[in-house]
Design a protein around this ligand. Structure first.
Ligand code: FAD
Ligand code: MG
Length: 360
């Protein structure tokens, strides 16, 4: 199965929106004529299915969704880790030990990712592009081949590329120059850029006076306001089966971001190797299979959800606290659920309650 196809499945079954709103895995449509109209848009970008919806004047909403669609296409090109664009050009420059002038947008994206990496103790580490490529996750298609050689993994771990290796300096002419003191730094923003796109989209909708809206990027979702005067009703995908494990109501400005190991992975000799790499071992993180974070800032939530998968079942509360994240639900490989005290009252389990639920 191709990665693109799997991402599609994550979108339809991942974080869906239900109860009189957007049916889980269905289109973004109101269920009865009495509901406030929701103008919707569906597109395929960032290697995944994207759904947008906004209440309000239809012509105004269409116009705003057009702008967001165009902007997402540019972000996809400029921030792609392995296709031609500004980030790939920067990665080539870093590989050759050169510095490069970058756009203000890319400089700001890199600074945000560097702050998140630092706060996570470098468990969120988008400087790991070489390792991610070594594991063959910079590809549209799932690989069926042996994992990389232990020596290659060890060499990249020893070199330890980090975001703090980057220098992002403003020049006298106002341009940003980026360079790296570590030649093994390659930037892969697969764990972060979709969060930035979510924030940008909701900011744009608010600027256009559209204050009740939803943006869903392949299961990473952010909402603003309410839906038809009630909270948005969000389903979190079950990592070990089909359907939804929990429902969460959200309103105001909130992102509900899930990182999981259950969907994008390579398989070899009966073993799965998921796409989130633990920078300490250079190997896929496997103990936490799903981490859901609720936070006002979607980019920060995206980075944190990735970091918490890496942190694992023992350390995730400490890393969440370091990142200032108070609302977390993690699911481990045995189906056990861990939640923060602030998250627990917001989560309604759907179907059978998990055998082990721990609030920390
Ligand atoms: P997250 O946990 O948020 O992110 C995991 C991803 O982050 C990994 O896939 C890897 O890229 C990276 N990563 C791994 N370990 C770490 C770590 N420790 N710290 C930081 N980052 C880490 N997919 C396609 O199949 N085809 C495409 O053409 C394509 N284009 C894309 C273009 C852009 C601009 C972006 C942002 C993503 C694109 N993707 C594409 C999707 C991408 O490759 C990942 O599948 C996706 O971003 C994973 O997101 P997630 O929310 O599932 O997991
Ligand atoms: Mg992430």
């Amino acid at each position: 199965m191709s990665m693109s196809r799997r991402n599609f499945l994550k979108t339809t079954l991942g974080v869906g929106i239900g109860a009189g709103m957007l049916g889980l895995g269905a289109s973004l449509l109101p269920t009865t004529a009495a509901h406030a109209a929701l103008t919707t848009r569906e597109m395929y970008v960032f290697g995944t299915l994207v759904n947008l919806g906004a209440e309000g004047d239809t012509a105004q909403a269409q116009q705003a969704l057009n702008t967001i669609e165009q902007r997402f296409l540019l972000m996809n090109r400029d921030w792609h880790a392995w296709k031609a664009g500004e980030l790939s050009t920067l990665n080539s420059a870093l590989a050759e030990g050169r510095s490069m002038a970058v756009s203000d947008d890319l400089a700001s994206l890199l600074r945000g990712a560097r702050d998140a990496a630092q706060a996570s103790g470098d468990l969120f580490n988008p400087a790991l592009g070489k390792l991610i490529a070594l594991w063959d996750f910079q590809s549209d298609v799932q690989q069926r081949s042996a994992p990389p050689a232990a020596e290659e993994i060890a060499a990249l771990c020893a070199s330890a590329p980090r975001m703090s290796d980057l220098r992002i300096e403003i020049q006298a002419d106002g341009c940003y120059m980026v360079s790296s003191r570590n030649p093994d730094v390659r930037i892969d923003l697969g764990g972060y850029a979709k969060g930035v796109a979510l924030d940008w989209a909701l900011d744009h909708l608010a600027a256009e006076d559209l204050h009740n809206a939803v943006v869903n990027l392949g299961g990473n979702l952010a909402i603003a306001g309410q839906r038809d005067g009630r909270p948005w009703h969000i389903g979190v995908r079950h990592p070990q089966g089909e359907g939804v494990i929990a429902a969460i109501d959200a309103q105001g400005r909130e992102a509900v971001v899930t990182s999981g190991t259950y969907e994008r992975y390579r398989e070899w000799d009966g073993q799965r190797y998921p796409h989130i790499i633990d920078p300490r071992s250079g190997r896929p993180a496997t103990h936490v299979v799903s981490a859901t974070v609720i936070h006002a800032d979607a980019a920060w939530a995206d980075a944190a959800a990735t970091a918490l998968v890496v942190a694992g079942t023992q350390d995730w509360p400490e890393i969440a606290a370091r990142m200032g994240i108070t609302q977390v639900m993690v699911i481990d490989a045995e189906g056990g659920v861990g939640m923060t005290a602030v998250m627990a009252p917001r989560v309604s389990f759907v179907g059978a309650r998990p055998a082990r639920v721990e609030v920390v």
